[in-house]
Design a binder for this molecule. Structure first.
Ligand SMILES: Cc1cc2nc3c(=O)[nH]c(=O)nc-3n(C[C@H](O)[C@H](O)[C@H](O)COP(=O)(O)O)c2cc1C
Length: 291
């Protein structure tokens, strides 16, 4: 469903680039070409958008061999995930687990930088640390010294998962990453839900821009709001088109219907006639209404 959501957003020009979910290089093996091509298929709906393909792994040779193959896939960059806090991921030594060792982060980034074909950038996704945010400078320097082109920095540590952290601490950590990165652009990430948020984060930390996750999934116009400064950037026609595209990719199950209703709510608001009508309609009526 997230894929349908992203494809609809891309078709309506609501995102400036593709940034894929992580793809595991799977321990020490090198992923098969067919598996990577399968992962890339959904992004072909807008082949003109820059595409950053995210990799996760902990073996420098496997990451390098994977990165080396990216000349033929038509991607603009690869992004190395040193940020995922999920237990399944960290238990196998991947994602944010690697933040425990800035030296390893350096080695992995370096291996990718040396392996990628000309014209493919290498960026990284970081959190502020594993259990404490006390090595931000070291971690950021490691990826910059290894040759990373840019950084997405989620301000929480892995141990903080998605728990609330004081707003001033968010600023402190991102500003520290920006300062340590020097001329390497840092995109601040975490809890951005409005253009005012984004603007204030850029102003208070000096970050080059922002990256949004959950805020975008609950407001597909968020990136456009941030880039244009317009708080109401969606026409009625566009909202309708967005919902029509979502509905076309939604299966006729209870889960599919509930998801679609959530999307109507998010597009028009919980008090809107559109949402109230949609909630009371049967599937067939919904399909007729939005097709
Ligand atoms: C369900 C879920 C899946 C995620 N998958 C990825 C991923 O594959 N790669 C990644 O870099 N970040 C992933 N993230 C983290 C987000 O990109 C982002 O860093 C984090 O949610 C904080 O930003 P936000 O508050 O804007 O959501 C995921 C987050 C969630 C909630």
């Amino acid at each position: 469903m997230t894929r349908t959501f992203l494809q609809a957003a891309a078709r309506l020009d609501l995102i400036p680039l593709w940034f894929t979910p992580f793809f595991s290089t799977g321990g020490v093996s090198v992923p098969k070409r067919a598996a990577i091509l399968r992962k890339l298929a959904p992004y072909r709906v807008r082949p003109d958008l820059p595409l950053v393909f995210q990799l996760i792994g902990h073996d420098a040779r496997s990451l390098a061999a994977t990165a080396a193959g990216f000349g033929e896939y038509g991607v603009n960059g690869i992004n190395l995930n040193f940020a995922c806090p999920s237990k399944t991921v960290t238990a196998s030594g991947n994602g944010a687990y690697l933040l425990r060792s800035p030296e390893t982060v350096f080695d992995l980034t370096r291996a990718a930088v040396e392996a990628v074909p000309e014209g493919v950038s290498v960026s990284v996704k970081l959190r502020a640390g594993w259990d404490l945010p006390d090595r931000i400078r070291e971690i950021v320097r490691a990826v910059c010294d290894a040759g990373a082109d840019w950084i997405v920095f989620h301000y929480r540590t892995a141990a903080e998962a998605y728990r609330p952290v004081d707003a001033s601490e968010r600023v402190r950590r991102i500003a520290c990453a920006v300062e340590a990165a020097g001329s390497v652009p840092v995109f601040g990430n975490g809890d951005i839900v409005s253009s005012a948020d984004a603007e204030s984060l850029v102003r208070s930390t000096g970050c080059a821009g922002v990256a949004v996750g959950r805020g975008f999934l609950s407001d597909p116009w968020l990136v456009r709001r941030i880039l244009s400064g317009d708080e109401n950037p969606a026409s009625e026609e566009e909202k309708h088109t967005f919902l029509r595209l979502l509905l076309a990719g939604t299966d006729s199950t209870k889960r599919g219907r509930n998801w679609f209703l959530e999307c109507v709510k998010m597009t028009y608001g919980a008090d809107s006639t559109e949402f109230k009508e949609a909630r009371e309609s049967a599937w067939d009526a919904l399909r007729t209404r939005w097709s």
